[in-house]
Design a protein around this ligand. Structure first.
Ligand SMILES: Cc1cc2nc3c(=O)[nH]c(=O)nc-3n(C[C@H](O)[C@H](O)[C@H](O)COP(=O)(O)OP(=O)(O)OC[C@H]3O[C@@H](n4cnc5c(N)ncnc54)[C@H](O)[C@@H]3O)c2cc1C
Length: 470
């Protein structure tokens, strides 16, 4: 008998789950119908590219990291390998704002810690005292336990406050749009916590990793950040094409209830779907609402995962009018600089094909947990803020050819201290619901590869349940 699975949410996690279910069903020749119920009028969630006048504009995510391979594998299975593009190596450098001026991020600084000493000593970014404190890290007594702490506490303890304020906060802030005082080191940067535990020092660990010859898979053929020739939505469009009519738009799921051995999935506009299983790949706050009646404890735990909002403002310029822009991928802006942007990306220097010849594309990133008020601005006021900042920081006075403002309300889960414990409890409760699984950015990684992986794992768990019944 044909079985049916509903996937709630058509972001990358839900699409990956639906695609994996169909792959598994094809291999095992199990008659399976997959339906994707998406609240909005498009799929892709935080992946949304706009093609306009020869520009490739990223409203949301602009790249994926290649050393976690789940998204790359998915792209390969969709036949997208020829579309993959790496970053433009000639421009591989980034800047950070220091007392209103741009300073290059020291080479070899790896997200939370330096792997090389000389670039730190040479950098204008830190005071002598700050440099000595940072480089004394191998002498700082290591914590060997696995207890959680905030990113800020971890960095202050290992490297001192200057490293946190000048570099780690803007680097980590750009990813999680979060507050380092509350972000969990364990959930956001487990790799670095493990380095402390196993090597006693992050600097020592990173230097050892550096010395090792390159090998393994995934990271070898590609450089660190990847995209697609026509933008990140290439991945979404390929999934959408493959899933075809299985996707229902405007289908905001309101609740799920148990019926016999399966589920009734109801939408806000009054439709009801009978299914054998459900994968919920909607954000945690939406999953909480959907499960309110059916699983109150699970619903309450899901509702505790907070989200931050952000906005992107893309600006297209005539290269000649904009004048010289810094030669790099972009600029990070520490909160202590008290400016109104989180970061600026020079999109057309980062990836090929982002702007036609003679034009440049850049993107400002605003908002986040440290500056939520800015989200209240109208689009035109947001553009004014961005243009003032670009004038002050980069000297750009020219009017852009066009701009694109995109608001990402409640779109970035905040992995706060204790997050992994909460997720473990959520997963335990979810497992008690037969034929039900969660997927998405809310749980074990916000990056696109993590989301694809969560979709794959949910699909595999649900499929093995159905296959053993069927
Ligand atoms: C501005 C921004 C920039 C980012 N940049 C990067 C980057 O460069 N690289 C990277 O790896 N990651 C990046 N991320 C993170 C990454 O893109 C996201 O974590 C990931 O795309 C989330 O995917 P998701 O499917 O879990 O959730 P979402 O993309 O949020 O999708 C959830 C979907 O569920 C739908 N939905 C909600 N409620 C319901 C309901 N009740 N019923 C039905 N459907 C519902 C929504 O409409 C949405 O389509 C960025 C995120 C943002 C917001």
């Amino acid at each position: 008998m044909r079985q049916r699975v509903a996937v709630v949410g058509g972001g990358i996690s839900g699409l990956a789950a639906a695609f994996r279910l169909r792959e598994l069903a094809a291999v095992r020749q199990l008659p399976l119908e997959v339906i994707v119920l998406e609240a909005g009028s498009r799929v892709g969630g935080a992946l949304h590219s706009i093609l306009r006048d020869g520009f490739v504009i990223e409203a949301g995510a602009d790249s994926l990291i290649s050393d976690k391979t789940d998204a790359l594998d998915l792209a390969g299975r969709l036949g997208l390998e020829p579309e993959i593009v790496g970053t433009l190596e000639a421009h591989r450098r980034a800047f950070v704002v220091h007392r209103g001026k741009l300073v290059e991020i020291p080479r070899g600084f790896s997200l939370l810690a330096p792997a090389a000493i000389i670039p730190i000593l040479d950098s204008e970014l830190f005071s002598l005292r700050g440099k000595l404190r940072m480089l004394a890290e191998p002498m700082v007594r290591a914590r060997r336990d696995e207890n959680d702490e905030s990113l800020a506490a971890f960095i202050r303890r290992r490297f001192g406050a200057e490293t946190l304020d000048r570099l780690v906060q803007p680097l980590a802030g750009g990813i999680y749009v979060g507050d380092p005082e509350t972000l969990s080191i364990q959930a956001c940067f487990a790799r670095f916590q493990k380095m402390e535990r196993e090597h006693g020092s992050l600097i020592r660990a990173l230097r050892m990793i550096r010395k090792k010859p390159a090998g393994g898979s995934g990271g070898v053929r590609w450089n660190l950040f990847l995209s697609f020739r026509d933008g990140m939505a290439t991945l979404v469009h390929a999934l959408e094409r493959s899933l075809g009519e299985s996707i229902s738009f405007g289908a905001e799921v309101a609740g799920i209830t148990r019926r016999d051995a399966g589920w009734i999935v109801t939408t806000r506009n009054g439709r009801a779907f009978e299914t054998d299983a459900v994968i919920c790949a909607a954000p945690a706050f939406a999953a909480a609402k959907i499960l309110r009646e059916t699983a109150p404890a699970l619903s309450r735990a899901l509702a505790e995962i907070e989200y931050a909002s952000s906005a992107t403002v893309n600006l297209a310029y005539d290269a000649a009018a904009a004048g010289e822009i810094p030669d790099g991928f972009g600029v990070l802006i520490p909160a202590i600089e008290r400016r109104r942007l989180i970061a600026i990306s020079f999109s057309s220097l980062k990836f090929l094909n982002r702007a036609p010849s003679g034009k440049i594309l850049m993107r400002a990133f605003l908002g986040g947990a440290l500056n939520p008020e800015i989200m209240r601005l109208e689009a035109s006021a947001m553009i004014d803020v961005v243009r003032e900042e670009l004038r002050d920081l980069l000297g750009i006075r020219a009017a852009p050819l066009f701009t694109h403002v995109w608001r990402w309300l409640d779109s970035m889960p905040q992995y706060k201290v204790g997050h992994l414990e909460r997720v473990a409890a959520i997963e335990r409760w979810a497992q008690e619901l037969p034929g039900f699984a969660l997927a998405g950015a809310a749980y074990r990684g916000v990056g696109i590869p993590d989301c694809v992986r969560s979709g794959n794992l949910a699909a595999e768990a649900i499929f093995s349940g159905l296959a053993s019944e069927g």
